[in-house]
Design a binder for this molecule. Sequence first.
Ligand SMILES: C[S@@+](CC[C@H](N)C(=O)[O-])C[C@H]1O[C@@H](n2cnc3c(N)ncnc32)[C@H](O)[C@@H]1O
Length: 214
Amino acid sequence: MKKGEAVDNYDDSKYDFTHRWYKGSNVHNDWPGFIQEWKPLKAMEIGSYEGASACFLLDNAPSLQQLFCIDTWEGSSEHQDVNFIDVEYKFGRNIVDALEDKNPRPTVVRLKGPSHRMMSGLMDKHEGSFDWIYIDGSHRTPDVLLDAMMSLKLLRPGGLMIFDDYTWKPHDDMDTDVERPHMAINTFIETHVREVDVILMKYQVFLRKKPEQE
Ligand SMILES: C[S@@+](CC[C@H](N)C(=O)[O-])C[C@H]1O[C@@H](n2cnc3c(N)ncnc32)[C@H](O)[C@@H]1O
């Protein structure tokens, strides 16, 4: 997929997804351009669910060599009626299907557990090494803030951090609330002006970790 090409043209028919959240919305339209610019070799995502964002990256980033997928596969408060045994099974199947036609085949590492625990396990070997980190796990303010701070440690200088759901609200009359990522993303940006550059703020927020010499 080329820069500017509509995500609606992405053929994901081989996958078993309950939600195709990137179709019919412009949420993901910025990814092809960023993929082309960053050419990520090593990526991580927090919040994999059935693997839609992971498969999207695997299918659209030919540079990709390693993808780390973190999820509890237990859901959050907005997933009350979801059967996570099915969700986790679909994730596994979808990743197998995504890798089937890849040559060379990227390595997908599945890390099951709370994101802060999984990321602390990665620090020794992987600190400062990720090109691309997508944060789409828990929506709670303290969790998003912690995900962002730990992700910044794992990101290489110049690496890209993406937050989902910046303007998402569980219900319309909600402005600032601890059950949505908005306040955490704002706080993270305000307190890390020396560490990150804001690239784009829409429904998703894209930040670049400043290169070390700045
Ligand atoms: C919105 S879904 C992710 C959607 C996914 N990126 C996709 O493309 O379909 C959020 C996921 O985050 C996971 N999650 C929630 N809190 C978490 C936490 N503290 N640590 C790790 N995963 C968490 C949930 O189990 C759920 O699967």
